[in-house]
Design a protein around this ligand. Structure first.
Ligand SMILES: NC(=O)c1ccc[n+]([C@@H]2O[C@H](COP(=O)([O-])OP(=O)(O)OC[C@H]3O[C@@H](n4cnc5c(N)ncnc54)[C@H](OP(=O)(O)O)[C@@H]3O)[C@@H](O)[C@H]2O)c1
Length: 338
């Protein structure tokens, strides 16, 4: 007798295009493939991705370097997460039963870096806390540049740096993804901002609204005779101790990124170098945070935060976009149109 057919309906699996990687390496390990669309869990939101963006974390994960990143995200020998992409913007396609904040059709942006990545694809799934409604005055491409880099800039200035209006802020790496947001957010919070960049990017940092711009190929900022209440270092390629003389007596140095060695030095030695009632040396560990996404949305809608997009690539050109970023040829952000 033939076996009775099952009466339990199987969820329909649909196919989508995505950029995938099965091993660590240069952008050559990335390829466009057809894969299963993610299914929507009870607490998940399925987003039809309209745009994504590239940041330094993407190429660290692609290469699996520094090795620490393999311990942090899993995948000692080969990547645990085969579709990269943290920062996205798109339209809600479907929601799980337990989702209360979003409904199909909502335009959202968000950070998938704590929920399995997957942004370089036509569809991505995220917990609702990783998303917020998209700023209504920004395109999908503009909104997709904000989640990772904008959140890092906001958290470094506001939470770690405790920035107050009227303070003097120095942004190292001001032309980069984090730096270009940091300059604008610091201005919006009432600071006097000095941005530091290489010669071809000086003009762009001035356009972001920095009060002063220093070309580090011409001037050593540590010898320029000025002091700062807060130093945000998104290009920590020098020991933090170089910057202590240009911090005010109660100033704070915040390491965001740069060379692994210099960043780790801050994590290990920063608290020893900090004085209870004086200079502070800290580092940022940014996290997706819905309230911070809403702050970025409000700053954008108030006209105080305008993503600086250097170039926009299509989904199949994600490898080229990552190469551009690795070669330090990007001003601000690179967007991916999906
Ligand atoms: N701690 C965290 O939670 C966190 C979060 C986000 C990002 N990050 C890290 O923050 C760093 C910046 O990220 P991003 O996305 O802004 O990267 P990015 O867009 O590539 O920008 C990096 C900036 O650093 C400058 N730079 C690069 N090499 C330099 C060098 N040798 N000396 C001086 N300046 C140099 C570049 O400007 P010029 O070309 O003008 O030199 C560029 O503006 C990365 O290391 C990233 O991994 C950390």
């Amino acid at each position: 007798m033939p076996a009775p057919s099952s009466t339990v309906p199987m969820p329909e699996v649909r196919i989508m295009k995505a950029i995938v990687q099965s091993e660590y390496g240069s952008s050559d390990v990335l390829s466009l493939a057809e894969v299963d669309q993610p299914l929507v869990p009870d607490h998940g939101v399925l987003v039809r991705v309209r745009a994504a963006s590239v940041d330094a974390g993407v190429w660290h994960l692609m290469r699996g370097t520094p090795f620490l990143i393999r311990l942090m995200y899993g995948g000692l020998r080969k990547p645990k997460h085969t579709i990269l992409g943290s920062a996205i913007a798109g339209r809600v396609e479907a929601v799980g039963q337990a989702v209360t904040q979003f409904q199909p059709g909502d335009e959202v942006f968000g950070d998938l870096s704590e929920s399995g990545f997957g942004g370089f694809a036509e569809y991505a799934c995220a917990p609702e806390e990783a998303l917020a409604l998209k700023p209504n005055n920004l395109s999908f491409e503009e909104a997709a540049t904000m989640p990772v880099s904008g959140l890092a800039a906001l958290q470094a200035l506001q939470d770690v740096g405790q920035l107050r209006s009227g303070q003097k802020v120095l942004v190292l790496g001001a032309s980069g993804g984090v730096g270009s947001f940091a300059v604008q957010i610091a201005k919006a919070l009432g600071a006097e901002v000095t941005g530091v960049a290489s010669t071809p990017k000086v003009e762009m940092v001035a356009k972001l609204g920095a009060d002063h711009v220093i070309d580090y190929t011409q001037t050593d900022v540590t010898l320029a005779g000025k002091q700062y209440d807060l130093i945000l270092d998104a290009a920590a390629f020098r020991p933090f101790s170089d910057y202590l003389p240009i911090l005010t007596a109660t100033g704070t140095y915040v390491a965001v990124g740069g060379s692994t060695g210099d960043f780790l030095r801050v994590m290990v030695l920063g608290s020893l170098a900090s004085k209870a009632d004086g200079k502070q040396v800290k580092s940022l560990e940014s996290k997706p945070n819905q309230a911070d996404l809403v702050t970025l949305k409000e700053l954008a809608e108030a006209g105080k935060l305008i993503p600086f997009i250097d170039q926009t690539f299509s989904l199949e050109d994600v490898p080229a976009a990552i190469r551009l970023l690795e070669d330090r040829r990007v001003k601000g952000k690179v967007a991916i149109r999906v």
